[in-house]
Design a protein around this ligand. Structure first.
Ligand code: HEC
Length: 154
């Protein structure tokens, strides 16, 4: 009898401990799920999203460098086109029958001749246009850039 009583006393004392044990087990189980979810998300990030970001970055770099190249060309061409008003003197108003800037009709079929041929004509001079388009210290690539700038305006 006394022994039984002692046992139930013991159970009473241990009951809260058991409760804590069960709660801890639940907690561990629940946090294990969270850990799996976090590991899963990280794997997703590493294998799915990061490579995508890499290709996006590459594209952005390509975009950026093409913008830089274009703006460099633009700087060169506007400098020549407006330099001492070299080309603009005639080509902004169509002086001496010059094909006008941003006026497709006045250019006729000239754009079809191709940038290289057009630049060649500028270098040699053509009828009312003096050689080098009056820009004596212009480098070949500056003349090409200026011609391209005029063609882009059409
Ligand atoms: C003194 C005036 C004058 C200046 C300065 C001048 N041009 Fe011209 N340009 C002309 C005339 C006029 C024509 C038309 C020639 C023709 O077809 O008879 C022409 C034609 C052109 C053509 C078309 C050539 C072709 O094959 O039909 C280009 C391209 C051109 N100019 C670019 C330039 C550039 C670039 C500059 C500056 C570096 C320049 N021009 C400066 C008068 C000028």
């Amino acid at each position: 009898m006394a022994e039984q009583k002692q046992k139930s006393e013991e159970q009473k004392v241990l009951e809260p401990v058991k409760q804590i044990e069960i709660e801890t087990k639940d907690l561990v189980a629940a946090s294990r799920i969270w850990i799996y979810i976090i590991i899963g998300l990280q794997a997703y990030l590493i294998f799915m999203i990061l490579p995508d970001i890499n290709t996006r970055m590459e594209w952005m770099e390509k975009d950026l460098s093409s913008v830089l190249v274009q703006s460099e060309r633009f700087k060169k061409s506007t400098r020549v086109f407006a330099k001492d008003n070299a080309c603009a003197t005639c080509h902004s108003i169509g002086l001496a029958g010059a094909p006008k800037f941003a006026d497709l009709a006045s250019w006729g079929s000239r754009p079809d001749e191709g940038i290289e041929h057009l630049t060649e004509q500028v270098k040699n001079g053509l009828n009312g246009m003096p050689p080098m388009g009056m820009c004596m210290d212009c480098a070949d690539e500056e003349l090409t850039a200026a011609v391209q700038y005029m063609l882009d305006s059409l």
